[in-house]
Design a protein around this ligand. Structure first.
Ligand code: FAD
Length: 472
């Protein structure tokens, strides 16, 4: 009697506990994936290619990935009735909303006599496991991460199985193409393919390249969007094509071979730590994607301005670094972390729009969209989260641009209409419109004039914050 092996955001064969459980069960295995209908557009593009890769990898083990859509409970019950499966293995989701329905499902299946094997999945440290000395949850990152570093390290990664025996009767499923995950006309994702290789093989190649070329100087170079110095593992991690444990151990292995990498490794691991921390916060506050963790911010006086929102989404704010970031996002499905912070700050503080609008846009356009990291990061920038940057610390987009994209290479790449401006003008063409025009960039014609004045907007944001405090 077969076992169902349910793949979710863990689309890999190595270091995958559910896969290992199924492979060692002695049963024929039915690999299953159920479409998550809530996924954003860019993530659907990624999912298509990731599933195609997993399909090939499973075929190489002599089996076939079955694709189904519909509510998970019904799909699984249907599959059990159809195939006589007696067991199911899956990794629990670190998203508490999903984990709650996982538990209900497991209970119901067990009551029906089905063997249910669940495992932890997706994180280095399970959210419940890391606590303060008095058993409380951490609300500040640094002590949280210190406690993680003092805890036993994640288990050594499991190898991929050598075989995954198929049931004697093939199980029918949907065709991947019939899910229509890829955009058609217009193909807004045509810029994605040159940037990414979704799937487990692509994830490993990306990790190896990062360790070889960029890990050593990661700490010094990670804030520079013009250098491409970070790992770009985020979509691979978000889809579980590589486990954080594999990344962790690979970084330690690299460190053992070259101690000069120690600063880079520590810094890199602490970024993985922010991913852990985000899930830790989400476990404590499942409403984090919708509600500010600091309740007083629910009354923050935001504006409704669809024109400004659209200008931000399309990279037409007149602030080159913000526009470069938003266009990088649209063209490649990803944005550099420093620029994410600047663009998010601009939406929240310069435009005074609700952070949830930015969160929703990112959820739809990021290939690495991750419910915990996205919500925790938006709340961090908005100053309404746990251990957040204070609201009054407002990024100056022009200064950020000068500091982190000094020669304007990043802006030139994503805002090509500004490419011919000299370095000192490219960060803020509106500072000297006549000179910009002499270089062939007429504001309002070739590139938008700034949609807000940063200094005035900053004062407006601080006044909004003060009004919040007065009401308290
Ligand atoms: P690296 O610098 O190589 O870091 C390695 C890994 O650590 C990343 O792949 C990621 O998994 C994790 N990581 C790094 N920084 C953070 C962080 N600040 N918070 C949580 N995890 C982090 N990251 C997402 O994965 N999904 C999101 O939806 C997401 N939304 C964000 C929204 C905003 C407003 C901001 C400011 C940040 C957001 N981030 C998100 C965090 C961060 O920008 C990305 O994880 C990072 O840019 C990914 O690039 P990388 O893989 O090259 O990172």
């Amino acid at each position: 009697r077969p076992m169902i092996l349910w793949f979710r955001r863990d689309l890999r064969l190595s270091d995958q506990q559910a896969v290992a459980s199924a492979a060692s069960s002695g049963r024929p295995v039915i690999p299953l994936h159920i479409l998550d209908e809530t996924m954003g557009g860019a993530a659907r593009w990624w999912l298509h290619h990731s599933l195609a890769g997993l399909h090939r990898d499973i075929a190489a083990l002599g089996n076939r990935l079955v694709l189904r859509r519909g509510p998970a409970t019904e799909v699984i019950a249907g599959l059990i009735a159809e195939t006589g499966a007696e067991a199911i293995a899956f990794n629990r989701s670190p998203d508490p909303a999903v984990a709650a329905s996982d538990e209900a499902l497991a209970r119901r299946l067990r009551q029906a006599g089905i063997e249910v094997i669940t495992s932890d999945g997706g994180l280095l440290f399970e959210p419940g496991g890391i606590r303060t000395g008095t058993g409380q949850r951490f609300r500040v990152f640094t002590p949280f991460w210190r406690a993680c570093r003092a805890a036993p390290p994640p288990a050594w990664p499991l190898p991929a199985p050598e075989a995954l025996p198929a049931p004697s009767t093939p199980v029918a499923g949907d065709k991947l193409d019939d899910w229509c995950l890829l955009p058609t006309a217009p193909d807004w994702a045509r810029g994605f393919a040159p940037c990414w290789q979704p799937g487990e093989a692509g994830a490993r190649a990306r990790l190896a390249a990062f360790i070889r070329h960029d890990l050593r100087d990661y700490g010094a170079r990670r804030d520079r969007p013009d250098l491409q110095a970070t790992s770009r593992l985020s979509p691979h991690l978000a889809f579980g094509e590589i486990s954080p444990g594999q990344v962790w151990h690979a970084a330690h292995h690299a460190l053992a071979r070259d101690p000069a990498r120690s600063t880079g490794v520590e810094r890199f691991l602490s970024e993985l730590g922010w991913r852990e921390f985000s899930y830790h916060l989400l476990a404590a506050e499942p409403e984090m994607p919708r509600r500010p963790l600091r309740p007083e911010f629910a009354r923050f006086p935001t504006l409704r301005d669809d024109t400004a929102l659209r200008a931000w989404q399309r990279g037409l704010t007149g602030y080159p670094i913000v526009d470069a970031g938003m266009r990088e996002l649209w063209q490649t499905g990803w944005m550099h972390n420093r620029v994410r912070m600047v663009a998010a700050s601009f939406l929240i503080k310069d435009l005074l729009l609700p952070w949830t609008e930015g969160l929703a846009w990112f959820a739809d356009t990021l290939v690495d969209h991750d419910v915990a990291s996205n919500a925790a990061s938006w709340q961090w920038v908005a100053g309404c989260g746990a251990d957040a940057a204070p609201f009054f610390r407002i990024f100056n987009p022009t200064l950020q641009s000068r500091k982190f994209d000094p020669a304007g290479a990043y802006i030139r790449r994503f805002v090509p209409e500004l490419a011919r401006l000299p370095d000192e003008l490219i960060h803020a063409p509106a500072a000297d419109p006549d000179r910009a025009a002499r270089h062939g960039v007429v504001l309002g014609r070739d590139y938008p004039a700034p949609i807000v004045d940063h200094d005035a907007a900053r004062q407006r944001a601080l006044a909004a914050l003060a009004s919040l405090k007065q009401e308290n």
